[in-house]
Write a protein that binds this ligand. Structure first.
Ligand code: AKG
Length: 260
């Protein structure tokens, strides 16, 4: 692989993210873009009001609601391709498991601002957030399908609690709002073909603008208790498994779910 695995692991461990430039070639991106755009057009039609009023992402891209068998198999093969699995294994060494996919796009309303958050804040109160950032975290792999402004991240916050400025902005205290700028933020511009890997619980925000359409693949460590977050319908069914070159990312999830 293009980058040394232990270097990636060290970057992730210290900073909470890393980016690999030009990781995917044009053919890989254009074939992925074709399938994802099919999903996106159907999803937008089906969720017209939500899309017009407030949406900035969708999820369950691999599910059966909008894509048929062959397109789903293409997505599953991309998600579990050697390029992706190599990177996943650099951050999760034992039995990484697939969780979900999300698709990030620009909100229709230009007044809607990009906002700082940790993913865990939607599941937990502040006291619990302080604890869970020290536990195993979900990993996002962002695959931009067009050039985009990318993401803004606060390096190191996968392992440390917010400073006063970060907390006031993220939680909208002391007259701050979550779209205010943060002096500790680092902008990572992304081009189609790049891959950004980051921890879901670090402080981050997507940067709206350009023609952004980014596929995020979410994975977790089998040792962590995230199987309940996985929707059965976004996993391959039995008839698809033998059409996936290396289905172990999905098998690991199916196995965790079967253990209840
Ligand atoms: O790109 C965005 O709008 C937000 C991305 C994000 O929060 C995430 O991937 O967890």
């Amino acid at each position: 692989m293009v980058n040394n695995r232990s270097q990636l692991q060290r970057n992730y461990d210290e900073q909470g993210y890393f980016v690999i430039r030009n990781y995917f070639n044009d053919a890989e991106i254009s074939s992925l873009r074709k399938v994802v755009l099919k999903f996106h057009q159907l999803w937008k039609k089906d969720n017209a009001k939500f899309y017009q009023e407030e949406a900035f992402n969708s999820s369950l891209i691999t599910g059966s609601q909008y894509l048929a068998f062959d397109d789903r198999v293409k997505l599953f093969n991309f998600i579990s391709s050697k390029k992706i699995v190599d990177v996943v294994e650099s951050v999760i060494s034992a039995k990484p498991a697939f969780m979900n996919t999300q698709l990030f796009f620009n909100p229709v309303n230009p007044q809607q601002k990009d906002f700082w958050h940790r993913d865990c804040q939607y599941d937990h109160d502040v006291d619990v957030q302080k604890k869970v950032i020290h536990d195993t975290q979900v990993v996002h792999l962002r695959v931009p399908l067009f050039d985009e402004l990318g993401m803004e991240l606060v390096p190191g916050t996968h392992k440390r609690w917010d400073n006063d400025e970060e907390f006031a902005v993220r939680q909208e205290k002391k007259g701050k709002v979550s779209s205010d700028s943060l002096s500790t933020g680092k902008k990572i511009k992304l081009a189609a073909g790049d891959l950004l890997v980051f921890s879901a619980d670090m402080i981050h925000r997507g940067l709206y603008g350009l023609d952004r359409l980014a596929l995020d693949i979410l994975v977790f460590d089998s040792a962590a208790n995230f199987a309940d977050y996985v929707d059965d319908d976004c996993l391959p069914d039995i008839s698809m498994l033998d059409k996936i070159a290396d289905p172990s990312l999905f098998i690991n999830t199916l196995h965790l779910k079967s253990m209840g």
